[in-house]
Structures are given as C-alpha cells and as structure tokens.
Design a protein around this ligand. Structure first.
Ligand code: HAM
Length: 446
C-alpha cells in the first residue's frame, strides 16, 4: 500500500495559525551554514562539469507512476515514503530521488532511440516521508549523475572515480567504499531460489520485517541490521558464486579499473541497496562520524530500468550523493574561504552618506557589499560585519575623510591597512577578485 497525502482537504484558519512552525524533517538553511551549502553546490557544478556531464533539471513533481515503476512497488520508498497528491484519476508525487525522473525525461525525449549515450548531472531537493532522525530528513538534497546508453564496466568505474573525486573536493575525508554485484536477472533468479530455500525454514527466527520481505523483496532481507537476522545471513552462500559468466567478467573488470586507479574499496556481499532497479554493480560510500545513517553516497548499474519504464533497452549506471550528510562531515571551511565582500562601517553622518554611495559603487563592480541601516555604534557595526561573514570591514569616519583615506580590516586575521579614498573601489574590487581566484585555485590543487 502506498501512503497517500491528498491535497484537496480543507483547513480552517485556526489550524493554520496553530501550525506556524516547520513540519518535522524539514529545515531552514541560513547564514553561516549557507556558506557551506554554496561552497558544496559550486563544487558539484565544477566537478561534474569537468567530467563532461550536462545538467538536467527535472520537476519536483512527477506522475506517481514514474516512481512506482522506476523504484519498485515493494521498496520502502514506494510502500510508505512518498508524498502523493491527487485523486484516483491523476496522482502526482514529490520526487523521492532523481534517477526515475531522468529516465522518464530520457525516454520522453526519444533519447533512448536516437542520441542514446548521455551523461547527466542533477542537484536539488528530494522528499521522503521517513521517520526523521539524525541524518534522515523528509526534505534532503541530492547531487547525482546518470550515465545512459553504455554497458561498459569503464562507465561503472568512472561513476565511482567521480564519486570519490566529488567527496575529496568537498573536503570530506575518512570515508570508506563498499562494493558488490547483484548480477543480472538470470543470476538474481538463481540466487533468489537459493535464498528461498535456505531461509524458508528459518522464518520463525527472523524479524517481522524480514518475514514480510521474504515474500515481497527477498534481497532486501540481506541488509537487515537485526542481530538475530544477521547471524543467519552470515551463513548464506555468497551471491558472487551465483553470478553468470557475463556478470562475473563485468564485476572483475570494474574491480580492475579501481585497482588501477588506486581506489580503495571493500567487498560487501550483503550490499543490495534500497531501490529495486539495480543490476550488477552496486556501491556505497560511508562515513564513520554519521552514526546509523552513515551512507553519504550510493549508486550502481541499472541495465533494465529504461526498458521497464517503457523505453528501448539501454544500459545505465549512476549515483546520488546526500548533500545534507556530506555537509555534516565536510571539513570546516577556513575562515577566509567562508568570507566574502566588504561591510562599510561608518562613523558620523557625512561618512555614512559618502559610504552609502560607495556601497552602490562596490556592488556595481560585482563586490558583495553592505552598510548599516540601524544606526548602530561602530563596535556593533564591526560585529555585524563579522557575523554576516564579510571578508573586509571598510572603516570611514571623520578622521579618514579628513585624510582622504579609508581603512580596511581583514575580518579573518584582524590585520588593518589604509588606502587612499579616491579610486579605492576599482583597486579593492580587483584585489578581491584576485584573492577569490587564488583561493579557488588552492582548493582545486589541494
Ligand atoms: P539512495 O541511496 O536512496 O539512492 O540515496 C542516495 C543518498 O541520498 C543516500 O546515500 C543519502 O546520503 C541521501 N539520502 C537518502 N535519503 C535521505 C534522507 N531521508 N535524509 C538525508 N539524506 C538522504 C538514490 O536515491 C539513487 N537514485 C542513487 C542512484 C542514482 N543510483 C543510480 N543512479
């Protein structure tokens, strides 16, 4: 059964006033945290672009069928986590992930038949009605890629290499990579029979969830976290023994690429992933500081999905990174990297009026700039400059006006320098741009 949240209900004024707070699992993101998000988003665009992917933006709402067919009827997402609106005739859902939407677009635009090879990237909010907890939200952000139209193991390897590069560029360290192959339909059928046979007489010793999954989605039993279930699954034969020769060669080739590229990974024969579309390669990057929800990025190959969603058969592979979790473990940005622009601290009316014009001039030159609108004291204005993450405070008072100078304080290290007032906008804009470029270069090289 699908959880249905109908939109056509009536809300009284009283109810609206009572619930003037965020629903559980949703959050506002603002300064100073937003700096990290912008840094992450800029990095995602730069890294995906540099590997030759083109951006695709699909709508936040799709026909519910896109996800039911795409993700699988017996997955947690489709069974109980989708936000669905509408009625019997037309039902739409907030997207719980990006892959099914990308495939819908690929098929709808005829790319499965004509320009078949495509490399897409996407980024944005996803929605799952899960029980909120640390690292698990109802609105969360993913950045992902999909490589469509190739069965080659080099594409699996590229997706993993790119995933690792993305995490590194996002200042994430200490993550681990787990890899498995779930085989093609043929191998899965063979292994399904093994699981049915091996587990059929042990159902009484398993948890309720596993007993249910035995009937609906037997592979998902393997990633159950319950101790009593784990002990039984440890005794099961390895899925890798049941791979057909094609799947075995593919899996070995992917591993060889990873060895060649010195990408460290561990094989985890219980890794099956929570979405039904995977075939052959599956992988997850985990981070030890995240607790129970420790997967920062997950992906794999899904060679049957395009056909299952009504297109011409096309092999595909991809991943999605969870930006909320990545930001939680991302190394702190250095103070200087977090800071941007100039806050004009003025003392006295004459300086304020002059400063007001200078701020507009700085903005015309592309510099983030602002000034006080609350008649705050000098000290309080300096605090605002710091709290709002400006890189420089430019101080202009009677003294400075008399000497025709303007004084700059670097908010990261407190150092101070005076510049001639005339023509400073052009000079400082140039310096700031150079500093930004230098920081970007340093980040790319590090
Ligand atoms: P997924 O494993 O469901 O895969 O999600 C990918 C990542 O999104 C997870 O590893 C996690 O970091 C993040 N994530 C998922 N649910 C939540 C949540 N409730 N709160 C916070 N973060 C979350 C997919 O979505 C596939 N579409 C990936 C893919 C693309 N496979 C092939 N292509």
């Amino acid at each position: 059964m699908i959880a249905v949240y109908f939109a056509d209900f009536h809300v009284s004024q009283g109810q609206i006033m009572e619930s003037i707070s965020l629903p559980a699992g949703f959050e506002d993101i603002e300064a100073p945290e937003i700096r990290k998000w912008r840094y992450a988003e800029d990095t995602v665009r730069r890294v995906f672009g540099s590997y030759g992917y083109s951006e695709i933006r699909t709508p936040l709402l799709e026909d519910t069928g896109v996800f039911v067919r795409g993700i699988g009827e017996h997955t947690d997402i489709v069974e109980k986590e989708m936000y669905i609106f509408g009625d019997e005739e037309s039902s739409v859902a907030l997207r719980p992930e990006g892959t099914a939407s990308v495939i819908r677009s690929y098929i709808e635009n005829g790319r499965d038949k004509f320009s078949t090879f495509q490399k897409y990237w996407y980024m944005g909010p996803m929605f799952r009605h899960e029980k909120p907890q640390k690292g698990r939200k109802r609105q969360f952000f993913q950045a992902g890629i999909e490589i469509l139209g190739t069965p080659l193991p080099s594409a699996d390897a590229e997706s993993i290499i790119l995933a690792q590069r993305l995490l590194q560029e996002l200042n994430v360290s200490g993550f681990t990579l787990e890899l498995n192959s779930t085989g093609c339909s043929e191998c899965r059928n063979a292994y399904r029979d093994v699981l049915k046979k091996e587990l059929g007489d042990k159902l009484d010793s398993l948890c309720d969830n596993c007993r249910r999954r035995y009937k609906t989605n037997i592979f998902r039993m393997l990633d159950c976290k319950e101790k009593k279930c784990r002990e039984i699954y440890e005794e099961l034969p390895d899925i890798l023994q049941y791979l057909c020769s094609g799947c075995r060669v593919h899996h070995d080739a992917v591993k060889q690429y990873l060895f060649d590229m010195k990408i460290e990974f561990e094989e985890n024969r219980f890794l099956v992933r929570g979405l039904d579309y995977y075939t052959r390669t599956v992988y997850e990057f985990r981070h030890p500081d995240l607790g129970a929800q420790d997967t920062v990025l997950g992906g794999g190959r899904y060679d049957n999905l395009v056909e299952e969603m009504g297109g011409k058969p096309q092999a595909a592979v991809g991943f999605a990174a969870g930006l909320d979790r990545i930001i939680a473990v991302m190394g702190e940005l250095k103070d200087r990297e977090r800071r941007e622009g100039i806050f004009l601290v003025t003392i006295g009316r004459e300086a304020y009026d002059k400063g007001f014009k200078l701020v507009q001039e700085l903005r015309d030159n592309g510099v983030r700039a602002d000034i006080d609108y609350e008649e705050k004291s000098t000290k309080a204005q300096m605090k605002v400059a710091d709290r709002r993450g400006f890189r420089l405070a430019a101080i202009l008072g009677e003294d400075e006006l008399e000497k025709n100078i303007i004084s700059f304080r670097d908010m990261a290290d407190g150092s101070q320098v005076d510049l001639p007032l005339d023509g400073f906008v052009g000079r400082i804009s140039k310096v700031l741009k150079e500093v930004d470029e230098k920081i970007k270069r340093e980040l790319q090289d590090s």
